[in-house]
Structure formats: structure tokens, C-alpha cells
Design a protein around this ligand. Structure first.
Ligand code: SF4
Length: 505
């Protein structure tokens, strides 16, 4: 009988969450680097360079890879011969580990969890509770798998109950373009097939915990249907040409994982859960000898990459920029932003649009300004702000027309594509939408030289800040004519891949 003490599980969970907040799995780094080397679209290559540079900086600085430090998901396999020495339930011990990790003074993580999800949506302040899955297994050990899943990628999960004769491949290829770029590709797809509705989702999530090893599978060849599907889907998804950050390119997925489970004769449940540029998971075992420890990777595991903008790149002064100047910006063009921008995301937008509907004055003048969709991590030590990468812009689409027409806002900065409603509003107001790289949050934060909350402090990380930035790199994603790089890029690259028979895997 193995005795597992309370503090051993709590420290193990807390340490693992700190570890995965700043260390990417090495297989992920290698996967992105190989994709970076192969990439032919300069925009997508730049995005991957930023992801790799950000990753190395986080490993060195012990700060989060992404401002969204995730919802904690834990898979516990508890041996039947384990005895717990604890006055807390296992669930409470895991949540105490989450609490300690997210409030760690040296590396504060962002608390993103809200209770009462369809009501008051109150932040629980310590990122609890975790989503915990238990399995009772043979043996006298406890296997702990800890993941921190970003909201942007979780939001793109898909599920369907297919007919038994329907094709999983056809369904996946229909869904992936609809997922857009809000899941911050390149990443992985976890596909769950069979079981019941909830089992298909669960095995899709579990599938994402395996390392990237599609190249080994290709070399040895498939030995079952799931492996055949992995190879087929990897090639066909990458041929869609979506590319890094949805800009068009050769790599959308670094691997496709498929897990199945026996099912009812009448059913074929299928689920897709993507994992993003902030892939974060760690696996440890408790054997009664104390907390489990994780060995830090070597910095040699990260490639030495430099990213430099070309000589002629346009520098924009946000403090003086005019509507006329904005009209000159071309889709796909890189800009370096300088000066003051406002921030705001879901809750702030809802609040502002409600105020405008009631005829109330907004707490900040938006005329001629840019708003950055971001919810930063709190700063530590001498930081101005913690990691502060962009959040998914499509969630702000429904507010865009009101914001542009009633506040005089000139432009927005976020990640991923805009929907047609927002694009129409941008074109009608001759405004612009700029894109920063999702998953490069610590790198983006280096461009922010001053940060100050200017409205709605009660919203915490969703408050409106004013950032003063120097050379913050962004890409023009929707220009004043409504041309979107997220439409033109994938269309161009899927055609090129097909016409020139370019290898995508
Ligand atoms: S990389 Fe993108 S999807 Fe993933 S956690 Fe960060 S912002 Fe969210």
C-alpha cells in the first residue's frame, strides 16, 4: 500500500502548472521549428519565428508563453492500492495546487475562470476550479497529467453525431476551415471517435496529451484505422492552406491525434478539439516518495532564431495617425506601432455598447484611436505589464459597427480573422483591423513601455488600459476596403499547394 500525502499532490500540481506556463514541450518546439524551416509564405514564417522567439524568452524568463494561461485540466489515474494521508478530498487538493500555482509571486498567472457562466460571470480570482477526470487503475501509484488549455482553442471544439456510414475525414475537412484562426495554428487536432457523445469529447482531449510523433508514424506505417486516419487527415488538413495564424501557408497542423472507443451500432460520435500555439501539458507519477519533480529542458532545445522586419517597414505614430494615413495600409503589410493605444475585450465592449445604447458618455474618448483586444497577465518585479498577446477578435464582431460608428474609433488590433459583419462595418467606416501573433504574448509585452488602467477597473484583466508601445509588430489583416488576409491567404496557398504539388507534411 502506497501512502500519498496531501502536500505531495498539492505541490506536484502547483509545480507542474508553473512549469508548463513557461516551458513548451520539446516535441512542440521541434515541430514548429521544422514547420518554420519548410514554410514558403513569408507572413506565416514570420508568425512562427515570433512564436519560437517568444517560447525561448519564456523559458529563460520563467513567464507565461501566453497571456491566456488556460483552464486547468487534470487527468488522474489513481492506483487501487493507494492510500491518501489527507484531510481534503482529492479534488480539493488539486484545486489547492491550482490556487498556489496561479498566485505564485514570482510568476503570477492570469486568473481566467468565471463562476456562474451564464449569469454574473464572476472571476474566481485563483483560476479554480480545475476540470478533473479520474480513472481508478491497478497498482500503487498515481499518474498525474496536468494541462492548461487556452480559451481560444477550446472555443473552436466541434462535435457531431454522424451516421455510421458518414465519412469522418469529410466531416473534419468541412469543420477545420470553419474554425478559422482563433485557435492559433500551427497546433494539433485531437480527434475522438465513438463511445457516447461525452466519451468522444473526452478521448479527443486525451489524444492531445500525446507527444508530436507523426513523422515516426509515417516512417513505420499505420497499423490500425486510427493511424491511417492520422496520416490522411494530416495531409488533407495541411492542403487546406490555412497556415500559421490563418495567414495562408504550408503548415496548419503539426500532428493529428486520433483516439477511438467502441460505440453503439446506430452511432458514430466524432469530436475535434484543437491545441494551440500555447500547447501546455506535463505528466508525472506519485509513488509515495514525495512530490514529483519535472526536469527543466535545456535551452539548447530551442533554435536560435532572429526575426527582423525589413528596412522599409512602415512605422506608425498612434498619437498622430489620421484616417487618410490608414487608407494607405495594404493587406498583409507589417507595421510597427508606436505611441498610445487603448485596450478592451469582451466585458468592456459589452459595457461600452450598453452605455452607448442608454445615451451615456463613455469613460474614455475613442476618437481616432486604436483598441487592442487583450487581457494581460499582472506584472511581476519590474515589468510594466505581464504577457499581453491578442485575444480572438471574432468575439468582438457584434460590437464592431457600434464602436466604429458611435465612438470614432479608427482601428482594432487582435488575433485571427474577422467575420463578415465586422468586415462590412470596417469597410463602411474606412477603418482597419490589425493582427498580432497569438501565442507570442511575452514578446509582445516587451514592446509595451507603460500601462495604466483608465476605465472599468472592476473588470480586472478585462479593464480598459492605456498602453504606450514602441515598435509593436502587427500585420494589416483587414484594410479600409474590407480586404481580409484571412480570406485571401488560405485561398492563395491552397491553390498553390495543389497546382505546384507542394509537399505539406
Ligand atoms: S496561443 Fe492563442 S488559443 Fe492558445 S492560449 Fe494563447 S491566445 Fe489562446
Amino acid at each position: 500500500m502506497t501512502v500519498i500525502r496531501k502536500d505531495d499532490l498539492i505541490s506536484t500540481v502547483a509545480d507542474a502548472l508553473q512549469y508548463i506556463s513557461y516551458y513548451h514541450p520539446v516535441d512542440f518546439i521541434q515541430g514548429v521549428y521544422q514547420a518554420y524551416q519548410r514554410e514558403q509564405n513569408p507572413g506565416a514564417k514570420d508568425a512562427m519565428a515570433q512564436i519560437l522567439i517568444n517560447s525561448r524568452m519564456c523559458a529563460e524568463g520563467h513567464r507565461p508563453i501566453c497571456q491566456d494561461t488556460g483552464i486547468v485540466t487534470v487527468f488522474l489515474k489513481v492506483g487501487m492500492n493507494v492510500q491518501w494521508e489527507s484531510d481534503m478530498s482529492v479534488t480539493d487538493m488539486v484545486n489547492e495546487g491550482v490556487r498556489r500555482a496561479y498566485n505564485h509571486p514570482d510568476n503570477v498567472l492570469r486568473a481566467s475562470i468565471l463562476s456562474d457562466p451564464d449569469g454574473a460571470r464572476q472571476n474566481t480570482k485563483d483560476n479554480t476550479p480545475a476540470v478533473i477526470h479520474y480513472e481508478i487503475v491497478e497498482g500503487d501509484k498515481v499518474e498525474v497529467c496536468v494541462a492548461a488549455k487556452g480559451g481560444g482553442s477550446e472555443a473552436k471544439s466541434k462535435f457531431a453525431m454522424l451516421n455510421p456510414s458518414d465519412s469522418v475525414v469529410d466531416w473534419v475537412l468541412e469543420q477545420v476551415p470553419k474554425m478559422g484562426a482563433g485557435w492559433c495554428p500551427p497546433g494539433m487536432l485531437g480527434i475522438g471517435i465513438g463511445g457516447t457523445a461525452e466519451k468522444a469529447m473526452l478521448v479527443a482531449k486525451e489524444a492531445l496529451l500525446d507527444p508530436i510523433d507523426i513523422h515516426e508514424l509515417r516512417e513505420r506505417g499505420p497499423s490500425n484505422r486510427s493511424e491511417e486516419l492520422r496520416l490522411e487527415l494530416m495531409e488533407k488538413v495541411n492542403k487546406l492552406g490555412i497556415g500559421a495564424q490563418g495567414l495562408g501557408g504550408l503548415t496548419t497542423v503539426l500532428d493529428v491525434k486520433v483516439k477511438d472507443y467502441p460505440t453503439h451500432a446506430a452511432n458514430k460520435a466524432v469530436a475535434i478539439i484543437p491545441n494551440c500555439a500555447a500547447t501546455r501539458h506535463a505528466h508525472v507519477t506519485l509513488d509515495g516518495s514525495g512530490p514529483a519533480t519535472l526536469t527543466p529542458p535545456s535551452l539548447d532545445d530551442w533554435p536560435e532564431i532572429t526575426w527582423e522586419v525589413g528596412e522599409g517597414v512602415r512605422r506608425v505614430n498612434l498619437d498622430t495617425v489620421t484616417a487618410e494615413e490608414v487608407k494607405e495600409w495594404k493587406p498583409g503589410e507589417t507595421l510597427l506601432l508606436n505611441g498610445k493605444m487603448l485596450t478592451g475585450r469582451d466585458a468592456a465592449h459589452k459595457k461600452m455598447v450598453d452605455m452607448l445604447a442608454k445615451g451615456e458618455k463613455l469613460p474614455v474618448d475613442m476618437t481616432g484611436r486604436f483598441i487592442y483586444y487583450v487581457g494581460p497577465v499582472d506584472p511581476v518585479r519590474d515589468e510594466v505589464v505581464g504577457p499581453a498577446g491578442p485575444t480572438t477578435a471574432t468575439r468582438m464582431d457584434k460590437f464592431t459597427r457600434t464602436m466604429l460608428e458611435e465612438t470614432g474609433l479608427l482601428g482594432m488590433i487582435g488575433k485571427a480573422e474577422r467575420g463578415d459583419t465586422a468586415i462590412d462595418a470596417i469597410r463602411d467606416s474606412e477603418a482597419v483591423y490589425l493582427m498580432a501573433v497569438g501565442g507570442a504574448a511575452y514578446l509582445v509585452a516587451q514592446a509595451i513601455k507603460h500601462a495604466e488602467v483608465v476605465a472599468f477597473p472592476e473588470l480586472g484583466m478585462e479593464a480598459i488600459y492605456e498602453f504606450d508601445v514602441v515598435d509593436m509588430p502587427v500585420t494589416v489583416a483587414v484594410d479600409t476596403h474590407g480586404d481580409s488576409v484571412h480570406k485571401s491567404g488560405p485561398a492563395k496557398w491552397s491553390k498553390l499547394i495543389e497546382e505546384q504539388a507542394i509537399e505539406v507534411v
